[in-house]
Design a protein around this ligand. Structure first.
Ligand code: SAM
Length: 223
């Protein structure tokens, strides 16, 4: 399915190859794997159940493994993938054609601004709202590479797009959801064992490193 849901602003950025300079750009690396978070996908399936009325978003879907994996857990749901890199979206579409699948939607974009309010049962944003270079470089601050304010803005729009009772899944971020104002609208739905966490470091609302802090809350249910 070819999506028309790309904002004129983003279409211009994409046309000029300028999406790399988007103020919303987080993780610059594309690494992905099939069934990368089985504990999370199983939890989401058990919590939400499957059905044609279910609608799922993989935000930062890279080259598509996450979307194709979600189909295995949710055979009947509507599933959409968004990625900032148009080359990744082209690869997602190529893979879907190769598998003979037309039951996905893919679109290039750097936010959920074009998505309808209260339209998703779950948003998966996994290994996206981070930048691996911050961990490997031993940075004491995350700005100007990333800013908490940008994280909060992106997440706030996820909240708008989720239905009441919807699941927000945030794994491997450089910030904590509990530090955002939006967290007051959610209950923690899943806490994981620290051994499942990637080594990524965390920064506070003022963009300062929170030394030796691990954050094990990864899924949140909207009131
Ligand atoms: C490491 S990959 C994660 C892929 C997949 N979610 C997973 O966990 O396997 C990070 C992806 O986030 C995308 N990304 C970074 N900032 C983004 C943004 N603002 N909007 C959409 N995608 C973004 C990158 O292009 C990249 O494909």
């Amino acid at each position: 399915m070819i999506s028309m849901g790309v904002s004129p602003f983003f279409r211009t950025l994409r046309g000029l190859g300028r999406w790399r300079g988007s103020p919303n750009r987080f993780q610059p690396f594309n690494h992905t794997l099939p069934d990368r978070y089985p504990w999370l996908f199983s939890f989401a399936r058990e919590t939400l159940s499957d059905g044609p009325e279910r609608s799922l978003l993989s935000f930062g879907c890279s080259t598509g493994d996450e979307v194709f994996t979600l189909r295995r857990y949710f055979p009947a749901a509507a599933i959409k993938g968004i990625d900032i890199d148009p080359r990744n979206i082209a690869e997602c579409r190529r893979q879907a054609r190769r598998f003979g699948r037309t039951d996905f939607e893919f679109t290039a974009g750097d936010s959920t601004k074009m998505e309808a309010a209260q339209s998703y049962d779950a948003i998966f944003c996994l290994a996206v709202l981070c930048n691996g270079n911050l961990t490997t470089s031993g940075a004491e601050r995350c700005d100007p590479v990333l800013r908490f304010a940008t994280f909060e803005r992106v997440v706030k729009d996820f909240v708008r797009c989720l239905k009441p009772g919807g699941l927000l899944c945030l794994v491997t971020t450089n910030f904590r959801f509990c530090d955002t104002d939006a967290a007051a609208e959610f209950d923690v739905a899943l806490n994981i064992d620290p051994s499942l966490l990637a080594p990524d470091v965390l920064f506070d609302r003022s963009n300062r490193l929170m030394k030796n802090v691990r954050y094990t809350e990864v899924a949140f249910r909207k009131h």
